[in-house]
Ligand binder design. Structure first.
Ligand code: UDX
Length: 446
């Protein structure tokens, strides 16, 4: 059955959710306070790059099932099902999450709810938030306890956002069993097509649902830092971390996915989510349980320093006066997101230490310029590599993986390449006479 749905927040999470819910046949209103963003979305333009989402957006604008507004009262009149997908960034100078955007949605929406309604939170929040928001919504809403707050965490990956929203691994729904009357039924209606595909549907209490999300991200971050710690050991021991990952990954209990050693994780989720998780654990008296995440964070940040050191070694010991080509600025391929991007962070550090850095990324140039306006931005791979003493591959875009040494031979000043993502064919570069280096592979093993 088609429902009328409002989605609050039109970032990666909200815009994707709104467009995909419309694609499932629902009537959807996307709500945001940013008029410029709304104007773009209403014109069928995405404010960020996400493969396949533009088609879903256009299709559902055209068929009239998807609209955007800045008016909360329009949303409250239109829908009885509300999704909250606003950001929960890291607070400045603290580990904890900034919940002001989530709080603002409830403060502004709840007083307008005169009919029974369900508010599904999708944002990643510290455990305990959903219960608090439920109390607040019931207190503010004219419909009182007929307003339910449930938590439905989102696990989408950038680059696969549409696929992950329409075909998730699982749907988790946390409900406050003291008050929830409609939440589960409404969620089953909204996601009926997904449930028909036998996607696992887990109904929990609010706290467990909130924790599922943070636990999943903490596990993924730990897996990446584990292999990056092995990379450090491999470098010291003269071993090859990629072969090691392949070999341990064959054990089904371990699995090969998310075992790619390199310059570590970044983006708008994993770094801030593990920090917010530690902060929240401290508040609820469980800080010892998560002290290992501090080490996960440290290992991850050390990868960036290690890459700067590798670049310094590659240019002969001093970055001052060197020319460095950086291929990749996004925190991962198929994204234009540079939030806490290891690649851009490394480019910035190299420049601060005296190198002249030229950056190229297929999609993240505009966002990079805004964040690091002082770096040189090149128009192409060749342009970035022109006159370079060393080429660093820091995001594993397919364009870079498929790069042929011959295309750069006559462009660079020094034939040295450092693979920060273990994504290149080492043998090919070595055979072409290049000095090839990689993280987690000592020169001996490489
Ligand atoms: C992540 C979670 O995967 C997703 O479930 C959650 O909803 C949001 O956070 P995302 O931030 O899109 O998604 O990126 P992800 O694909 O998880 O990659 C995160 C970072 O880890 C990237 O910087 C990536 O380059 C790095 N990474 C990933 C590695 O360094 N090695 C790996 O093996 C995998």
């Amino acid at each position: 059955m088609s429902r009328r749905i409002a989605v609050f927040g039109t970032g990666y999470l909200g815009a994707t959710h709104a467009a995909c819910m419309a694609d499932l046949g629902h009537e959807v209103l996307g709500v945001d306070v940013d008029e410029a963003k709304l104007a773009k979305l209403s014109a069928g333009e995405l404010p960020f790059y996400e493969p396949g989402l533009d088609d879903v957006l256009e299709r559902n604008l055209a068929n009239g099932r998807l609209r955007f507004t800045s008016s909360y009262s329009e949303a409250a009149d239109f829908a009885d099902v509300h999704f909250v997908g606003v950001g929960t960034p890291q607070r400045k100078g603290e580990f904890a999450a900034d919940l002001s955007y989530v709080d603002a949605v409830i403060e502004n929406l709840a007083p307008l709810l005169h009919r029974p309604a369900v508010i599904f939170g999708k944002s990643t929040v510290p455990v305990g938030t959903a219960e608090r928001l439920g109390e607040r919504a019931r207190a503010l809403a004219p419909a009182g306890s007929e307003v339910e707050v449930a938590w439905n965490p989102e696990f989408l990956r950038e680059g696969f956002a549409v696929q992950d929203t329409l075909h998730p691994d699982r749907i988790v729904l946390g409900v406050d069993r003291r008050f929830a009357v409609r939440s589960e039924d409404v969620a089953r209606e909204v996601y009926s097509q997904l449930l028909d595909e036998d996607i696992p549907f887990l109904v929990t209490d609010l706290a467990t649902a909130e924790l599922v999300k943070t636990a999943a991200n903490a596990f993924l971050a730990t897996k990446i830092s584990f292999i990056n710690a092995m990379a450090e050991v491999c470098e010291a021991a003269g071993a090859d971390v990629t072969v090691l990952a392949d070999a341990i990954g064959h054990d089904a209990r371990i699995g090969r996915r998310f075992l790619n050693a390199g310059i570590g994780f970044g983006g708008g989720c994993l770094p801030k989510d593990i920090r917010a998780f530690m902060a929240r654990a401290g508040e609820i008296g469980a800080d010892e349980a998560l002290t290992f995440l501090r080490e996960v964070d440290n290992i991850n940040m050390r990868r960036r320093t290690r890459m700067v050191e590798l670049a310094r070694e590659a240019v002969g010991g001093s970055l001052i006066g060197s020319r460095i080509a950086v291929l990749g600025a996004a925190f991962k391929p198929d994204s234009d997101d540079v939030r806490d991007s290891p690649a851009l962070n490394i480019a910035g550090q190299l420049q601060l230490q005296g190198a002249s850095v030229s950056v190229f990324d297929p999609k993240a140039m505009d966002n990079s310029r805004k964040l690091f306006p002082t770096l040189n931005y090149a128009a192409s791979i060749e342009d970035a590599c022109s006159g370079a003493d060393v080429v660093l591959v820091l995001t594993e875009w397919s364009q870079f993986r498929e790069l042929k040494p011959t295309s750069l031979d006559s462009v660079v000043r020094g034939k040295t390449i450092v693979d920060g993502r273990n994504c290149l064919n080492a043998a090919m570069w070595i055979q072409s006479g290049w000095d090839f280096r990689a993280v987690g592979v000592s020169k001996r093993a490489g």
